[in-house]
Design a protein around this ligand. Structure first.
Ligand code: NAI
Length: 381
């Protein structure tokens, strides 16, 4: 199999002056991609600014024979970053939203400024660069965008309320852009990486960091950026060689009959069923999400009370069984007037012989109406 390449493609990698972004940029450039290496060059907390981080990576790429230019704007100014791509390479095909900082603090102590700066760099930054590249991608009918979320955002983490909110916001943004971009061949996926970088070097032991190299994250990112990859709206956990896809899971749930009032006691009573994942579905769109809710609205239930569920009762199959013997058959024959003419042997035989009159099986299970005509007063000998 020939190697997957990016010849002729132009990528913007934000925060590519170090850590994961640097490795993404090197990986794409090594396969022929022209890369805008964006980095503000500030501290891990977002203070300061410098051109040296981006410049160093551009030098590395060029030394290896690749093509790259530096951009030092903050990701909040996406238009300027995209303009660098247009000025130097004429277009943009790929955006990897990777830039990030941390301002970890417990929610009780968090200031509004600490909240705001994290939203600006992560969420506004991912939006801003994608938004500036969007019309170009739509126009050319091609685009690949990779967003960077975090396990902290997906699962929650103590001391990272600002970061968790921004990172899950990025996933929401990606999911929407994937829907809006699908028809224009713009695919949008999200990764939740784990790798050694200056963001993790203070919270993990060195021996573990050695095993968590950014090189183990970039192959997935590069694949998601490739034209042969048809994946969109995906969410992937990746690190140390592990790559897996995540999805939503919903319990089968419980539907209170639409139109019948229920209260918190009823919810409490059904809690086990509502939270029971032993039967579940995996909705992927708002349509699939709304389906069971709208099912209740479009198919109003019959109602009932707390003891009888009429909808369940209506599903029950009605089976009626009846038995008859010779005596019943004779009585039935008498009932339908088989002995009315004692000389009519063809009819009379139904009274005296164990025969089934043709109408007996169906009539025996239904009320007999109209009533049979009275039998003659004298029975035949
Ligand atoms: P890093 O600190 O090594 O790299 C981030 C880069 O973004 C830095 O070079 C920084 O200068 C740049 N940057 C920061 N603010 C910027 C701005 N406003 N404009 C342009 N560039 C800016 O960190 P790392 O670990 O490589 O992080 C990359 C991304 O991966 C971040 O979004 C981070 O939240 C995310 N992530 C990383 C994890 C890990 O295990 N390293 C775990 C989960 C998520």
């Amino acid at each position: 199999m020939s190697e997957l390449r990016f010849d002729g493609r132009v990528a913007i990698v934000t925060g590519a002056g170090g850590g994961l972004g640097r490795q993404h940029a090197l990986t794409l450039a090594a396969r022929g991609c022209k890369v805008v290496v964006n980095d503000l060059g500030g501290s891990a907390h977002g203070d300061g600014k410098s051109s040296s981080a981006a410049d160093k990576v551009v030098e590395e790429i060029r030394a290896a024979g690749g093509e790259a230019v530096a951009n030092y704007d903050s990701v909040e100014n996406g238009a300027a970053i995209v303009q660098t791509a247009l000025d130097n390479f004429g277009t943009v095909d790929i955006v990897i939203n990777n830039a990030g900082i941390l301002r970890d603090v417990s929610f009780a102590k968090m200031t509004k400024a600490e909240w705001d700066i994290i939203q600006r760099v992560h969420l506004d930054g991912s939006m801003s660069v994608s938004h500036a590249a969007w019309p170009i991608m739509r126009e050319k009918g091609y685009g690949r965008i990779v967003m960077t979320t975090s396990a902290a955002g997906i699962y929650g983490n103590f001391g990272q309320a600002n970061y968790c909110a921004a990172k899950l916001g990025i996933l929401g943004l990606a999911n929407c852009l994937a829907e809006e971009g699908r028809s224009k061949n713009i695919f949008v996926n999200t990764i939740a990486p784990l790798a050694a970088s200056r963001l993790t070097e203070t919270i993990m032991p060195p021996e573990l960091l050695k095993l968590l190299q950014p090189e183990a994250v970039s192959p997935l990112v590069a694949w998601l950026c490739h034209e042969e990859c048809q994946e969109t709206k995906g969410l992937f956990e990746v690190g140390a060689g592990f790559i897996a896809k995540l999805r939503w899971e919903r319990t089968e749930g419980y539907s209170f009959p639409n139109g019948r009032a229920f209260n918190l006691d009823d919810v409490a009573k059904r809690w086990e069923k509502i939270t029971d994942f032993s039967a579940s579905t995996h909705p992927t769109t708002t349509t699939e999400s709304f389906a069971p809710i709208l099912d209740g609205v479009n198919n109003p239930k019959l109602g009932g009370n707390e003891f009888i569920d009429l909808d369940e009762a209506a599903k029950a199959e009605l089976v009626l069984e009846s038995k008859y013997d010779e005596r019943d058959l004779s009585l039935y024959a008498l009932g339908i007037g088989a002995a009315r003419n004692p000389l009519d042997k063809d009819e009379l035989k139904y009274v005296y012989e164990p025969r089934c009159p043709p109408t007996a099986p169906c009539r025996s299970s239904t009320p007999c109406w109209p009533p049979p005509r009275p039998a003659p007063s004298r029975c035949p000998a």
